[in-house]
Design a protein around this ligand. Structure first.
Ligand code: HEM
Length: 452
């Protein structure tokens, strides 16, 4: 592929698309991909040299084979450090590796399986509320998934003592700060205004208040004898292998908040799209339900049984192929590089275009069709490993992917087992792409209980 597909989007073309790029970047990227091939170059915002790729071999090169030459972009790291501190998601090199090694222990198979009781309690409580809403009429599934995921991710991280109300407060603080960071990235020319108008100060104060709540909570957890298997406890009780020291409270705070940010809206988005696509394609529901009945058959849910839900997993994978929560990620070349004849000078922004490779018709047959069978009977093993990368790839692949899959399978299997679903109006829901690829409005679904 490589060289043949490498084309440059002209400056005029990208200038004409500026407004559309802010409103609907996926549509513009898709247009360029159709016109210029799986890999294309353009000047982002008229000045930043950018290479975008939806070619699985090139993606493997950037994310895995030569990953040490491609750091997360300066913008991403700088803006996020300012408000989140330096942690796993925005560090590199030895610091990143040390944090990654320790935090990975929180996401092992055995750890996730020990966490299942917290998850099931969250699910049961959520289902009580959900059922009340569903009997009243159509529910906004996005809002429901916001409720579920925040509790599910939040309590896996902080433990079940953290109340729903406290979690909601964190989430709203984080959301306000995130949208401020995005504004700073998208409109950097307003930087002086952010300082003069007191906005920097306002958001920093908000952050400090939120941080203090977490620090107090950490201190409380250090002093009490709580045996719950949440991630905070693991971090507090596991020393670094190299020095035998423990993480400082400040570092614990940064990491736990970064995990909440990384894990909350992503899983919400994936689960929301899954229910939407199932409501659009109800022909897959009966098969899922039969499988769920057969796998659980009245028994307690356990971690390995969740992974026997092969068809449900295929539906989830097909959802994340069509609507990957991260539609793109970004990198910056540290040294001059060349891949298959494509010159990549130091400082070039390289965009692993996840949505693009998931819709690349050289890899996927009929890519616009929702077809979970792509992921059954080993069919997915026949495609390039970097053709399906909703969780990224290489050493920086998502640390929380198995937790996300566990939580989404729990809620999907419980709802699909007990309810039929139908969109309340038969409309196409569009995509709204900022950092994440979200639905462009509420999705109202009628859930009709079938098991009493
Ligand atoms: C469906 C849900 C999720 C999706 C689609 C997703 C996607 C991703 C992607 C694409 C990356 C790579 C970013 C890059 O390379 O620039 C990533 C990294 C990461 N994810 Fe997730 N994620 C999900 C859920 C979670 C959860 C539940 C957690 C933790 C509670 C989590 C924590 C992280 C962290 C800490 C990183 C950074 C890892 C590193 O840089 O070493 N994610 N995720």
């Amino acid at each position: 592929m490589g060289n043949r597909n490498q084309h440059t989007v002209s400056s005029i073309e990208s200038l004409l698309d500026t407004t559309e790029m802010v409103k609907n970047p996926v549509q513009v990227f898709e247009k360029y991909r159709q016109k210029h091939g799986a890999t294309f170059k353009f000047n982002f915002g008229g000045f930043r040299k950018t290479v975008v790729t939806a070619d699985p071999d090139f993606l493997k090169y950037i994310l895995k084979d030569n990953n040490s030459n491609y750091h997360k972009s300066h913008i991403q790291v700088k803006r996020f450090v300012e408000f989140q501190g330096k942690g796993l998601t925005n560090s590199h090199g030895d610091y990143w590796l040390r944090q990654r090694k320790l935090l990975s222990l929180g996401f092992t198979r055995s750890r996730l399986s020990e966490m299942l009781p917290i998850q099931i309690k969250v699910l049961n409580d959520f289902m009580d509320d959900f059922d009340k809403e569903a009997t009243k009429g159509p529910v906004d599934i996005h809002q429901q998934m916001v409720n579920f995921t925040l509790r599910s991710v939040g309590k896996s991280l902080f433990g079940s003592q953290m109340s729903n109300q406290e979690l909601e407060q964190f989430a709203s603080t984080i959301a306000s700060i995130q949208s401020f960071i995005v504004r700073k990235v998208v409109q950097p020319y307003l930087m002086p205004w952010y300082a003069i108008s007191g906005q920097n100060k306002k958001y920093q104060e908000m952050r400090i208040k939120g941080d203090q709540i977490v620090l107090n909570y950490i201190e409380k957890r250090r002093t009490e004898n709580n045996q719950e298997r949440d991630i905070l406890r693991l971090i507090l009780t596991t020393p670094y292998k190299d020095t035998g020291e423990f993480m400082s409270d400040e570092t614990v705070k940064v990491e736990i908040l970064q995990l909440l940010v990384a894990g909350n809206e992503t899983s919400t988005t994936a689960a929301t799209w899954a229910f939407y696509l199932l409501a659009k394609h109800p022909e897959y529901i009966a098969k899922m339900r039969n499988e769920i009945e057969a796998v659980f058959a009245g028994d307690e849910v356990n971690y390995s049984k969740l992974h026997d839900l092969k068809y449900t997993i295929a539906v989830l994978n097909e959802t994340m192929r069509m609507r990957p929560p991260f539609w793109m990620i970004d990198r910056e070349a540290l040294q001059d590089d060349e891949y298959n004849g494509i010159k990549i000078p130091a400082g070039t922004t390289v965009v692993p275009y996840i949505f693009g490779v998931h819709h690349n018709d050289r890899v996927w047959e009929d890519p616009e069709k929702f077809n979970p069978n792509r992921f059954t009977d080993g069919n997915d093993k026949k495609v390039h490993p970097f053709a399906f990368i909703p969780f990224g790839g290489g050493p920086r692949v998502c640390i929380g992917q198995n937790m996300a899959i566990m939580q989404i399978l729990l809620v999907m299997s419980r709802i699909i087992r007990n309810y039929d679903l139908e969109l309340s109006e038969d409309k196409m829901v569009g995509m709204h792409a900022m950092m994440l690829l979200k639905p462009d409005g509420p999705i109202h679904i009628n859930f009709k209980r079938i098991n009493f």
